[in-house]
Design a protein around this ligand. Structure first.
Ligand SMILES: [Zn+2]
Length: 197
């Protein structure tokens, strides 16, 4: 079991993590909520966000649909916990101001993660579908996509997203890159190709 999930690994981990539906009801934690006896007993720490503090604060981080900006309060020092029953993943934040520490959890929903807030130290995988595509974010903050193709012993085809593609991708997800994927597949000689050999 992986216990060292951080801001660079979290997206790939979410891609691979299969939540078992209908086992738990964690709907109270769609927004940040206080720790309950129940949640305390089912979660286990699997990692931590470790980012230098970004002085600008989230404007509205407490709502159900508030974006998850990893480099801002309250996420930048959050622990990452996982329910041992259903595999749901939570952020865990301990507020130390005030008299007693306040322990809060929020269910982690991938679609709310603000990709702009991720500044990776190495190239990270932010989205993938096995045998179809992988999307990466590079340390220089550019985005890249690769697909594989059973040519020779197998090749990977890479393309760095154009600014336009990046904007579309951040807005609409992988479907924004459908034409590009088809072009990469059909005209792979135009692209950077890495052989599996
Ligand atoms: Zn659960």
């Amino acid at each position: 079991m992986n216990k060292n999930i951080d801001q660079d690994r979290i997206l790939n981990y979410l891609n691979q993590n299969k939540v078992k539906e209908d086992i738990c009801d964690h709907s109270d934690f769609i927004e940040w909520n206080e720790e309950t006896d129940e949640i305390k007993t089912v979660v286990e720490k699997i990692g931590k966000i470790t980012l230098p503090s970004n002085s600008s604060k989230n404007k509205n981080c407490w709502r159900k649909d508030s974006k998850i900006e990893l480099d801002k309060y309250p996420y930048l020092e959050c622990e990452i916990h996982q329910c041992q029953k259903c595999k749901s993943i939570f952020f865990h934040h301990i507020e130390l101001t005030g008299n007693a520490p306040q322990r809060r959890y929020r269910l982690l929903r991938k679609e709310l993660i603000d990709l702009d807030s991720i500044k990776p130290k190495v190239r990270i995988i932010i989205d993938s579908e096995p045998f179809k595509y992988q999307v990466y974010k590079n340390p220089d903050l550019s985005y890249e996509i690769s697909i594989c193709k059973p040519v020779a012993l197998g090749i990977d085809i890479y393309h760095k997203l154009t600014k336009q593609e990046e904007v579309e991708y951040l807005k609409n997800g992988i479907k924004a890159l459908q034409n590009r994927i088809e072009d990469m597949d059909g005209n792979y000689n135009k692209y950077k190709v890495v052989s599996w050999r």
